[in-house]
Design a protein around this ligand. Structure first.
Ligand code: IMP
Ligand code: MG
Length: 178
C-alpha cells in the first residue's frame, strides 16, 4: 500500500518492507560480529520497538538474551518532555553488555533518560541501536551507536510506530502527508 490513513491523517510510504528487511539483515550482522561470545542483553523499549526487535532477533545467530522496558513519552504528533517508565528492567544488568533497541530517536530526550536509568545498574558496556533517527530534531549532542535509517524531521507511522496508538501494524514506514 502506498497511502494509508491513520485517524484523520494521510501517510505515504517512505521506507518499503523490502528496504526494511534488507537493513535488518545488515543490522543483525553488526550485532553478530560485535557481540560474538559476549552474551549481550538486548533491552527492547516497548511499545514502539516490538516489531523491530522481533525481526532483528530472528536474524541474530549468536548467544544473547532479551528483556523489555516499557515507557511512554509521546501524545499525538508532538514529543513530550517527560518520559514515564511504566515497566522497569528486571534482568541482571550489572557487568553485562547491554544493547538498547529503540524504535526512533527524535529530540533524544527519551533515549537520554533511558540511558541514564540503565547506567545506574552498572553494565559493562551500554550501546543503543535505533531503527530510525531524526538528526535534525536532536536537542542534545547524543548520538546512537547504530541506526537503521536516518529520516527527516517529520512524523512517521508503521513498523511499530504509532500515531495515538494506531498504525503500528504496517510492515513499512509511512510519512505524514502535508
Ligand atoms: P524523543 O524523546 O523526542 O527522542 O522521542 C522519542 C519517542 O517518541 C520515540 O520512542 C517514539 O515513541 C516517539 N516518536 C518520536 N518521533 C516519532 C514519529 O515520527 N512517529 C511516532 N512516534 C515517534
Ligand atoms: Mg519509543
Amino acid at each position: 500500500m502506498k497511502i494509508i490513513k491513520v485517524h484523520n491523517k494521510q501517510f505515504q510510504v517512505h521506507i518499503t518492507k523490502e528496504q526494511v528487511d534488507n537493513r535488518i539483515i545488515e543490522l543483525a550482522e553488526i550485532i553478530n560480529k560485535t557481540y560474538s561470545g559476549k552474551n549481550p542483553l538486548l533491552l527492547s523499549i516497548l511499545s514502539g520497538s516490538f516489531m523491530f526487535t522481533s525481526d532483528l532477533m530472528k536474524k541474530i545467530t549468536i548467544d544473547c538474551e532479551l528483556t523489555f522496558m516499557r515507557i511512554k513519552s509521546y501524545a499525538g504528533l508532538k514529543s513530550g518532555g517527560d518520559v514515564k517508565i511504566l515497566m522497569g528492567v528486571s534482568e541482571e544488568i550489572n557487568d553485562r553488555h547491554v544493547l538498547v533497541i529503540e524504535d526512533i530517536i527524535d529530540t533524544g530526550n527519551t533515549i537520554q533518560q533511558i540511558f541514564h536509568q540503565v547506567k545506574k545498574y552498572n553494565p559493562k558496556d551500554l550501546k543503543v541501536m535505533s531503527f530510525l533517527f531524526k538528526p535534525e530534531a536532536m536537542k542534545t549532542d547524543y548520538k546512537p551507536d547504530y541506526v537503521g535509517f536516518e529520516v527527516e524531521n517529520k512524523f512517521f507511522v508503521g513498523y511499530g510506530l504509532d500515531y495515538d496508538g494506531h498504525g503500528r501494524n504496517h510492515p513499512g514506514v509511512y510519512i505524514l502527508s502535508e
